[in-house]
Design a protein around this ligand. Sequence first.
Ligand SMILES: *Cc1c(COP(=O)(O)O)cnc(C)c1O
Length: 344
Amino acid sequence: MTTIEKANIDWVNLGFGYYKTDKRFVSNFKDGAWDEGALVDDENIVMNESAGVLQYAQTCFEGMKAYTTVDGKVVIFRPDMNAKRMSDTAKRLEMPVFPEDKFVEAVEKVVKANLKYVPPYGTGASLYIRPFMFGIGPVMGVKPAPEFQFRIFTSPVGPYFKGGAKPITLKVSDFDRAAPNGTGHVKAGLNYAMSLHAIVQAHKEGYDENLYPDALTRTKVEETGGANFFFVTKDNKVVTPKSDTILPSITRRSLMYVAKEYLSLEVEEREVYLSELSEFSECGLCGTAAVISPVGKIVDHGKEICFPSGMEEMGPISKKLYDTLTGIQSGKIEAPEGWIKVIA
Ligand SMILES: *Cc1c(COP(=O)(O)O)cnc(C)c1O
């Protein structure tokens, strides 16, 4: 293994923001086909003023991380899952699918070209990877763009929690995130555009995040703006909400596997009602960014649900799940076949 010279960055104090790295991958879809794609230096995109993404928000994305394992390897976690999810999203948004094997290859290329921005082991920081696709060709009438661009850039990001994961407080939102038969199950930019007002509002009121109930009955837990839920019952069963309008989080699916196969816990994917929240002993959010964010309190229109795990630290089962999954990711615990892709 060659030693990688690292960029001069204060990894531990790095926040979660855009930081320009050396190379990004770009491929264009024109006349019905994707070109070869290439690594480029320019972080700016020039496009027609009537591009599909600008007029009708035809855009989608993925989010993943490269990081350094305990033995100094640079790896990514289950990139095939991101490739598959992006192809599902593209189909729902009438965008051409970027071939899944090419997606994984391209991610690998970009990370390799930006190795000096992959934070060293032990800093808690990582190299965030953002694959995305958008309609770049002009449209006037409402229809899919004639041309698309697929792009992947990377940005080093600091540790999600500085000084331990503090439980957060959620508000049961009066806004809807995803309509039945809508786009809640795909990673479309539009889902985020319309969640901005709700999150800004929630922050103003002192909450960390919104809990979106199902839009149809407003009685069931769906997810937050960017993370899935899991709950722990008093007899240590791990429960996650089942719904067609939840974005299928790769972290959540991995945690459920870990709960069952590594921790021998009972797991259940089922409808979770707001009315049963007070019966759970732990609650957490899961996603690539934080892996698990513990939830200490949910406020449902004045009614406070305080989980027994409290506002100081993660509950014991959440902690076990967190330690096991991050242990697998960092190479301290043996990973299931195919979960870890070594880049360098
Ligand atoms: C990306 C995303 C998640 C988390 O998915 P991961 O694959 O675990 O990162 C959860 N909910 C929404 C709405 C998302 O967009």
